[in-house]
Unconditional design. Structure first.
Length: 237
């Protein structure tokens, strides 16, 4: 694989998907910056694991350490203030009348990309990497490939500068994401993803499972658990 001379900005939440995407970017770009968002999310624990993940990934691979650059954490609490969802309020996680899960935060990824695009412009970065997935997800419309492509076009036009959004997980399931982690960084990185990344919507890091920490019953935990079980099953065959 040829290492690009460009810089990439990774939308890095501290979750399983964005952690794998960060490793993917570190394998491909000469310099990688990360950006996270504090929007009043119920599972704000994900913001606390970000620094540890960056430190452990740098310690794991000296090439990654050399390429990993600045981290940016933006406070977007206005989004949480206008969002009456199960990710920003202590309400039940259920299917809403719209047919979408109550964890859907309207406009979240649209806003994230706008702020990330503005930061990328200021930093002279034209590549962004994000963990959206249309194969194995909760049905969020702002995770769809068409949405991301439309955002890429809008940012490129609005900034008058070519912007490329990479979504390496768009067409893979959670089992493939675990497999990708192992393929990129071996068992050591797979173990890091399991141990230190956070996906649970309730922010629970008191319960340890084979696939990592979480409540074990929210949609994010269920997806992660099912994906890990499928990953392990594939390895046995």
């Amino acid at each position: 694989m040829t290492l690009a001379t460009d810089t990439a900005l990774v939308l890095f939440s501290g979750g399983q998907d964005s952690t794998v995407c960060l490793a993917w970017a570190l394998e491909r770009f000469a310099r990688v910056e990360t950006i996270g968002f504090d929007y009043g999310q119920r599972h704000a624990i994900e913001l606390k694991v970000r620094a540890r993940l960056r430190e452990r990934m740098a310690a794991l691979n000296r090439n990654w350490k050399a390429r990993l650059d600045d981290d940016h954490l933006l406070k977007l609490d206005t989004l949480g203030a206008i969002s009456d969802t199960a990710l920003t309020r202590k309400t039940a996680i259920e299917l809403a009348d719209s047919g979408l899960p109550s964890t859907f935060v309207p406009g979240r990824n649209l806003i994230f990309f706008c702020f990330a695009g503005a930061l990328a412009y200021r930093r002279g970065v034209r590549h962004m990497v994000a963990g959206m997935c249309e194969t194995d997800y909760s049905g969020y419309p702002d995770c769809r490939d068409d949405t991301v492509k439309a955002i890429q076009v809008a940012l490129s036009l609005g900034l008058d500068k070519r912007v490329t959004i990479h979504t390496p997980l768009m067409w893979v399931d959670k089992a493939d994401t675990f497999a990708m982690a192992e393929q990129i960084g071996g068992k050591a990185f797979l173990d890091l993803v399991i141990e230190d990344s956070h996906s649970c919507y309730l922010g629970d890091r008191t319960k340890r499972h084979d696939w990592g920490f979480g409540c074990g019953s929210c949609p994010a935990c269920e997806l992660r658990a099912q994906g890990f079980a499928k990953f392990v099953s594939r390895k046995k065959t």
